[in-house]
Ligand binder design. Structure first.
Ligand code: GRF
Length: 216
């Protein structure tokens, strides 16, 4: 078995951020991590096809099939344990995880958010809403943020941010696309790569065991 950090990516939609991670792994930009599992909470999401096309285990896990949030999270934990998952990446994952779940994986879950947190973030800011709000407020710069996930929506420690210009005539869709192309697909793989490097170093130092406190 390889020595790489085993990553699970959680998705709900088109999966372009997942694709950016797959491409970064394939091209060697993520050296110390491998995507071992993709979990999708929507049956019809294209993201799951991307996983399967790349030969990665893809599982559909819905709240409905597991009787609510608790059963849904329990199933995910089971899959993480089965696959020896050490790092969890939320890449367009439309579900608010419970505090128990985020505490269990303290400094082990990261999320990509399409704004410069703390602007246009928190509950309700997903999909096009951060971009609509940015245009309404008239900001000249927006962007994306990678952050650790804790019990507060978009409230965890910031890992990476990249700014993107808002241009005259932008629609929310145009802005969303530019933020993805110029920021999300760049900083998410870079942050995952950096975390895997750090986790590998810590593991080597501790002879095979990573402590979550060392990532803080
Ligand atoms: C991205 O804008 C991401 O930041 C947000 O949802 C969108 C997901 O896109 N949270 P995709 O599924 O990765 O294509």
């Amino acid at each position: 078995m390889s020595n790489k950090i085993r990553i699970a990516v959680l998705v709900s939609g088109g999966g372009t951020n997942l694709q950016a991670l797959i491409d970064a792994e394939r091209s060697g930009k993520i050296k110390n991590g491998e995507i071992a599992l993709v979990i999708c909470n929507r049956k019809s999401a294209y993201a799951i096809e991307r996983a399967r096309n790349a030969g990665i285990r893809g599982e559909i896990v819905t709240r409905k099939a597991y009787g609510g949030q608790e059963g849904f999270e329990a199933r995910m934990i089971e899959l993480f344990e089965e696959e020896g998952i050490e790092l969890i990446v939320l890449a367009g994952f439309l579900n608010i995880l419970s505090g128990d779940f985020t505490d269990r994986y303290d400094h082990r879950i990261v999320n990509i958010h399409p704004s410069l947190i703390p602007a246009f973030s928190g509950e309700g800011f997903y999909g096009l809403t951060p971009h609509i709000a940015a245009l309404e407020r008239g900001v000249k710069v927006t962007g994306a943020t990678v952050h650790f996930v804790n019990g507060v929506a978009d409230g965890g420690e910031i890992i990476a941010q990249k700014a993107v210009d808002v241009l005259p005539g932008d629609t929310p869709e145009m802005l969303q696309r530019r933020v993805m192309e110029e920021a999300e697909w760049v900083i998410l793989p870079a942050a995952v790569s950096m975390l895997c490097d750090r986790m590998t170093e810590e593991r080597d130092r501790n002879n095979g065991c990573v402590q979550s406190t060392e990532l803080q």
